[in-house]
Design a binder for this molecule. Structure first.
Ligand SMILES: [Zn+2]
Length: 229
């Protein structure tokens, strides 16, 4: 996701199910108020949602129970949104950018789509009961990615840097799968804020490299390595 005049977002919640939490095991979750565990992005892969037990290990993380409640309707909303816009979606390959093919595979550029639209479709997080994400929901972004489709403001339709950034999120979605992507994104947003959330920081750092140097690199490999996959 890309914030307008500010950073861009995507959704990752670093693991709902972190490694065993001593305080939780001891039944003293409340004993570490305010402590935010800084996890490396690479640990996301180890945090299998299915292996989560008990409630969230940190106050900034969503509990597996809460995630299980909001994930199905959110995924439904995403799928409905993608279906509704399918008729106006174009492939990234069809946009004819010259540098993207040096960083992403032909297959990725042919399978990823872009929808130019304003306003961008934002997930109904508060109506799903996730009031703490209301600010995010109201955020002014230039772009946002759902699974394999990038939604962009028409005014940004020729900005290759933004496509690059959102394509990093496409790779994240693909490698993590929708469940781990959404959980990691939500937890990252809650624990670190939009710009410093692990999945966004990864996209912004890569975008900076893309914008400031012509030395190409394999983004798909880079994302996999940073996710520890
Ligand atoms: Zn982003």
């Amino acid at each position: 996701m890309q914030a307008q005049n500010a950073p861009r977002v995507s959704w990752i919640f670093p693991g709902a199910s972190a490694a065993p939490n001593p305080s939780k095991l001891a039944g003293s979750e409340e004993s570490d108020p305010g402590y935010v565990e800084v996890r490396k992005i690479g640990e996301i892969s180890a945090n299998k949602i299915s292996s989560a037990s008990g409630s969230g290990s940190r106050r900034c993380e969503m509990s597996p129970e809460e995630f299980a409640k909001f994930y199905p309707p959110l995924l439904d909303w995403i799928q409905t949104t993608l279906t509704a816009s399918a008729h106006v979606a174009q492939t990234i390959a069809s946009r004819g950018f010259s540098r993207l093919p040096l960083y992403f595979t032909e297959k990725t550029l042919a399978s990823t789509k872009v929808v130019l639209v304003d306003p961008l479709p934002m997930p109904p997080l508060s109506s799903l009961g996730l009031m703490r994400f209301a600010e995010f929901e109201r955020g002014n972004f230039d772009g946002i990615t759902y699974i394999d489709t990038i939604f962009l403001k028409p005014t940004r339709s020729n900005n290759e840097n933004i496509y690059f950034h959102e394509l990093v999120h496409v790779i994240q979605w693909r490698l993590l799968g929708p469940d781990r992507f959404l959980l990691s994104y939500a937890n990252g947003l809650e624990c670190f804020g939009y710009r410093q959330s692990p999945l966004e920081a990864m996209a912004y750092d890569a975008e900076t490299s893309f914008a400031s140097s012509t030395t190409s690199f394999n983004v798909e490999k880079m994302v996999a390595e940073k996710l520890g996959l």
